[in-house]
Design a protein around this ligand. Structure first.
Ligand SMILES: Nc1ncnc2c1ncn2[C@@H]1O[C@H](COP(=O)(O)OP(=O)(O)OP(=O)(O)O)[C@@H](O)[C@H]1O
Ligand SMILES: [Mg+2]
Length: 381
């Protein structure tokens, strides 16, 4: 072993030791030193390290920031208050209604044209609040926006913060917002209604008023360079003074038939030959369920099919609950099942209770499984 390799080995061990201790700034320094010291004996390594340092972490990165501003923690428990997603990612593309898509795209577009807006004395939307029932994509939308803007997403779960001692909450909230203001990021105040829900408790009215005041001040001071998002599924509980503070409010509806169709089409693709036809049948059969419920149902059908064996479609049939449907919807479902070749007319009759003569009668069935991709309003930015 030559002396230079042993020096390299020592450096690598040293680097690993520093990295394991979690001191990012020291790691950077060590990488820098190694790039310099091994330029002659290991030029490829040296170039690679230089390249790495140039790429990451960037100035705006919380990892880098962490070395400057300390990550906010709960004053009592010292638990981190924020979840940081450095490069937000989605496991599947969201399906948004036309209105939601328009609102979200507006936020992203205004950021892209921020200079043009500033030139004429306007600022891009600084804050937006997402409302709607559980499981329809509010948190997902925040991730989608952050990804489109190529910024880290910081998530403050207010339900968790509010469960701590109330007297500390205002301080915690201020720490988090100050921290988020100091960097180029998207901050999501998730479950904002948790603040309002706490109102039922006796003896805490004064504390809560102070908290709401802190929040209002912080929203007002929010810099135009940052983007503040909030999500709630109980908009009616929110203090109107908080509500008014947001530049934009976007209402997330329950999925409609087209939304369910696109979602099921993407979720079933590659798992059954008749994924489009099943998506068409389910688009009516699962109306009234949220995306997250539908996601859970489809995943659970796939799990069962994998464990018990047999066709996935046998288990998809179990998801159809005709008793929850009105008569016209049941007829449409029966026709889709039979006419799209998912089952015999007899089986469709047995499942839905719709007479075979009615099934044969024709007429409109559910969404036609012909428009792959067209209906998915996933608005890639
Ligand atoms: N619009 C959507 N498009 C595709 N998938 C969705 C959509 N909405 C929800 N989902 C699925 O449901 C899961 C939960 O969604 P999300 O956390 O965004 O819901 P939410 O509206 O924030 O609900 P909550 O109010 O309970 O926080 C997602 O991970 C995704 O799998
Ligand atoms: Mg959510």
């Amino acid at each position: 072993m030559t002396t230079t390799t042993s020096k390299l080995e020592k450096d690598i061990i040293n680097l690993a030791r520093i990295a394991l201790s979690g001191r990012t700034q020291d790691v950077m320094q060590m990488v820098h030193r190694m790039a310099k010291n091994h330029r002659d004996n290991a030029p490829d390594l040296s170039n690679g390290l230089v390249e790495l340092m140039r790429e990451a972490p960037t100035r705006a990165s919380p990892l880098r920031r962490q070395t400057e501003a300390v990550l906010p923690v709960d004053v009592d428990t010292r638990f981190a208050l924020l979840r940081i997603e450095e490069t937000p990612a989605l496991d599947h593309e969201p399906i948004f209604s036309a209105e939601v898509d328009e609102g979200l795209s507006r936020i992203v577009d205004e950021r892209a044209h921020a200079q043009a807006l500033l030139k004429v004395g306007l600022e891009p939307t600084r804050s937006a609040i997402f409302t709607g029932p559980p499981g329809v994509g509010k948190t997902m939308a925040a991730r989608w926006v952050a990804r489109a803007l190529k910024r880290p997403l910081l998530i403050l779960d207010l339900a968790a913060v509010m469960s701590s001692y109330l007297g500390r909450t205002g301080t915690n909230l201020r720490h988090v917002l100050d921290y988020a203001k100091s960097m180029d990021c998207v901050l999501l105040l998730d479950e904002l209604d948790a603040i309002a829900k706490r109102r039922d408790d006796r003896g805490e009215i004064g504390e809560l008023k102070r908290l709401v005041t802190v929040l209002i001040q912080q929203i007002d001071d929010w810099p135009a360079t940052g983007l503040l998002l909030a999500a709630t599924n109980h908009s009616e509980l929110l203090d109107p003074a908080i509500w008014r503070r947001f530049d934009l409010s976007i209402e997330f509806p329950m999925p409609d038939a087209r939304g369910i169709f696109s979602f099921a089409q993407a979720a079933l693709a590659g798992h059954t030959e008749k994924s489009d036809q099943w998506a068409a049948a389910l688009s009516g059969a699962l109306l009234g369920k949220s995306f997250s419920d539908i996601d859970r149902d489809l995943t659970s059908a796939r799990r069962t099919a994998t464990i018990r064996g047999g066709e996935l479609t046998d288990y998809l049939t179990n998801l159809v609950r005709p008793d929850t449907l009105g008569k016209p919807e049941r007829i449409a479902l029966a026709r889709t099942l039979a006419n799209e070749g998912l089952m015999s007319q007899r089986a469709a009759q047995q499942l839905t209770g719709v007479a075979r003569e009615t099934i044969r009668g024709g007429g409109t069935s559910m969404l036609k499984p012909t428009s792959r991709g067209k209906r998915a309003r996933n608005g890639e930015a």
